[in-house]
Design a protein around this ligand. Structure first.
Ligand SMILES: Cc1ncc(COP(=O)(O)O)c(C=O)c1O
Length: 371
């Protein structure tokens, strides 16, 4: 379609490529006939959020009529202090999703490309395609990002490489050394985005959050979110840290009031509640290996995960498939996530729940497999 085709159209047409984008599909939150299903479909924090964060949110209710601080100064100071980061090298987003979209807007023009893993998170591709850029998928042997496979996809039009570490929906992760190797293979003109949405759940000593790399490299962006470990998914706050020259163009195009007062203030309070954070990590560390072991005992393969969810493979046999298991769990009030749109048609992604949820999921899947 050319520009003149669009001008001659009897009704407004979006630019080429937009209607080829598959809209993001979130985890299911409803099932017919069940008033309060247990939602294990979006990797939210099953402990809720910090009581201090809730109190800060309520306190902000008296200021709903004023615009927020567009620089998120209080939150900026809190994040900078907590992680030892230069405040001027931070940017805040309406969730980290917005930061991916802003990076795409600032760095991609038609004909450019991004590279991500074959099972990579959907938001990156949506952001890139909205800028009429190509999305190149690197093979993920054993469902892990592979440095050589990423390097194979990078060409002269590559502007951004997106890596979630740990990854969603696989839960796999790269060591600090592998991330540094990956960075070393990229031309200096290519931005490496290290999406740390689940970073807190990876406690292996070989894991690095990438902040040290981003401090010294001119082409690394680390993103983090308040949606997972802090349980503030509904408030939509994420942040990015990078060289000032990467942050500056983002700040030019960022909607000026993209994080609200309640969100900024609840996030500051959440960051100070180390006990809530520790409890959230402890829950995942306790139940992730248990779930993997129990589901393994049912003959279901579980991909080793460093996040707050597990990816479980089902047989292709009719009666035992992933989609049938998803429907069976939903009929019993447990919502999990089918991930066929991530190239994993035989798998389900299950958020680690509280003890009673995890036990119920295992019991129900045992019933499903044996019926
Ligand atoms: C890998 C990954 N990155 C980013 C996000 C988005 O986080 P936010 O809520 O900050 O937009 C998610 C949410 O599920 C995710 O799985």
């Amino acid at each position: 379609m050319t520009a003149s085709d669009r001008s001659a159209s009897p009704r407004p047409l979006p630019k080429p490529g937009i209607l080829d984008i598959a809209a993001y599909v979130g985890g299911k939150s409803k099932v017919e006939g069940i008033a309060h299903p247990v939602k294990l479909s979006s990797n939210e924090n099953v402990l809720g959020c910090s009581e201090q964060a809730k109190a800060a949110y309520r306190d902000a209710a008296d200021r709903l009529h004023v615009y927020p601080d567009g620089k998120a100064s209080g939150l900026r100071a809190a994040v900078s202090q907590r992680y030892g980061l230069e405040p001027e090298r931070l940017t805040f987003g309406d969730g980290s999703d917005e930061i991916f979209a802003l990076l795409c807007q600032a760095y991609l023009e038609p004909g450019d490309n991004i590279v991500q893993g074959e099972h990579g998170f959907a938001a990156y591709a949506i952001g890139a395609r909205a800028c009429q850029a190509e999305v190149r998928f690197a093979a993920e042997p054993n469902r892990r990002i592979d440095v050589a496979e990423v390097a194979k996809q990078v060409d002269a039009r590559t502007r951004i490489v997106f890596v979630a570490n740990p990854a969603n929906p696989t839960g796999t992760w790269l060591t600090g050394e592998e991330i540094r190797d990956l960075h070393a293979t990229l031309p200096p003109s290519v931005i490496l985005v290290l999406d740390g949405a689940y970073a807190e759940f990876c406690t292996d000593p070989r894991f690095e959050d990438g902040l040290a790399l981003a401090r010294h490299a001119q082409n690394v962006v680390v993103t983090r979110t308040f949606s997972k470990i802090h349980g503030l998914a509904s408030l939509r706050v994420g942040w990015g840290y990078a060289d000032a020259d990467i942050i500056e163009p983002i700040e030019r195009i960022r909607p000026p009031f993209n994080t609200s007062i309640p969100a900024q203030e609840a996030a500051v309070a959440a960051l100070a509640d180390r006990a809530f954070e520790a409890a959230s990590v402890a829950l995942v560390e306790q139940w992730r290996p248990w779930l993997a072991q129990q589901l393994g005992g049912l003959g279901l393969a579980v991909t080793p995960s460093a996040a707050n969810f597990v990816l479980v493979d089902f047989p292709a046999t009719p009666g035992r498939t992933a989609l049938e298991a998803e429907a069976f769990l939903a009929s019993k009030g447990y919502l999990v996530r089918a991930v066929a749109n991530y190239g994993l048609p035989n798998s389900l992604r299950i958020t680690i729940g509280r003890e009673e949820h995890n036990r119920a999921v295992v019991d129900l899947l045992a019933e499903f497999m044996n019926r």
